[in-house]
Design a protein around this ligand. Structure first.
Ligand code: GLV
Length: 309
């Protein structure tokens, strides 16, 4: 069996070594622009080039080295008509839970304000925020959203969830679809975006929808930057309606040097690290899925092109 491994950032050698360790029977090949690819059984990719996708019509499936599939689906009709399979949790769920827990607790326990105070030498205990006034609303309740919901429940926050289709999660007030969005947002103090980027979610968090959050709201984005209308967020932060935002993802990455987010102290920025792909876990998962496909079994995490994730 031959498997193509490709990453747009060129860092593919560690993946080759990992595949050789986990699937020693497999020949792992790489590709460079302009090369003709030998026939491959499967492809495992991240941020592929069009010239490569055009050579993948014969593979049995394309696996992604991550959870988000927007960078692949943007090729539309140019994508080969083969199953696309994203990474399931593979070690990312717990990282998401860590990241969001850190951000929520930082705001809830007012560490952001204490950081400012300490810079000015101020010793000034602030009143504790009542937990019932700190409802955390998680948008996107898939494999990565659920560990976040559980972490928030563990700390006793009122937890709300919003998803495209109705979901029943014990202890969580759930809302679905466009008709559920308004009541979901109006009852939310901390909004956590875990949504995939699709035509339906692009710019969903604009001035209109973010304006429905409770006054003094917080925003945490760990999925895709283009879900947020960035100038609208800036306006709402400046007006004080949104008290702070923790952003790991941006419409353009790396976040360009002149972007106003860099100079806004109420915005905390991290460089798309909320859930890194764990290479070993990812390769094990892909190997298991290949074994399932080879024996005619169904696999999880198939991308639905019509839904966009
Ligand atoms: C990272 O952004 C991923 O989609 O896995």
């Amino acid at each position: 069996m031959r498997i193509l491994l490709y990453r747009g950032d060129g860092v593919v050698e560690p993946w080759v070594r990992e595949f050789e360790g986990v699937m020693p029977q497999v020949e792992a090949v790489t590709w460079k622009e302009g090369q003709v690819l030998p026939p491959c059984d499967y492809a495992v990719l991240w941020n592929p080039a069009l010239g490569l996708l055009e050579q993948l019509a014969q593979v049995k499936a394309i696996f992604l080295m991550g959870a988000g599939v927007d960078a692949l689906l943007k090729f539309g009709e140019a994508l080969p008509d083969v199953p696309l399979i994203r990474l399931g949790d593979a070690g990312m769920g717990v990282q998401m839970a860590e990241y969001v827990t850190h951000a929520v607790l930082r705001y809830f326990r007012r560490f952001d304000e204490y950081e400012q105070q300490a810079r000015h030498g101020a010793w000034n205990p602030l009143p504790q925020i009542p937990k019932e006034e700190f409802a955390v609303g998680v948008m996107g309740l898939g494999k990565l959203g659920q560990p976040v919901v559980e972490a928030m429940r563990h700390f006793g926050f009122p937890v709300r969830g919003w998803s495209r289709t109705p979901k029943d999660i014990p202890g969580v007030e759930t809302y679905a679809g466009m008709e559920g969005l308004d009541p979901f947002l109006r009852g939310t103090r901390v909004l956590v975006s875990m949504l995939p980027l699709t035509p339906d979610t692009a710019n969903l968090l604009d001035r209109h929808n973010l304006g429905k959050l409770q006054p003094g709201a917080y925003l945490i984005n760990v999925s895709r930057g283009a879900i947020i209308a960035e100038p609208d967020l800036m306006t709402l932060i400046r007006s004080g309606h949104i008290a702070g935002a923790t952003l790991d993802v941006f419409r353009h990455e790396p976040l360009p040097a002149p972007h106003p987010f860099w100079n806004e102290p109420r915005i905390s920025i991290t460089p798309h690290i909320s859930a890194l792909t764990m290479r070993h876990d990812a390769v094990r998962q892909i190997a298991d899925k290949i074994a399932a496909l080879e024996s005619g079994q169904p696999v999880d995490d198939l991308v639905d092109r019509s839904l966009g994730y």
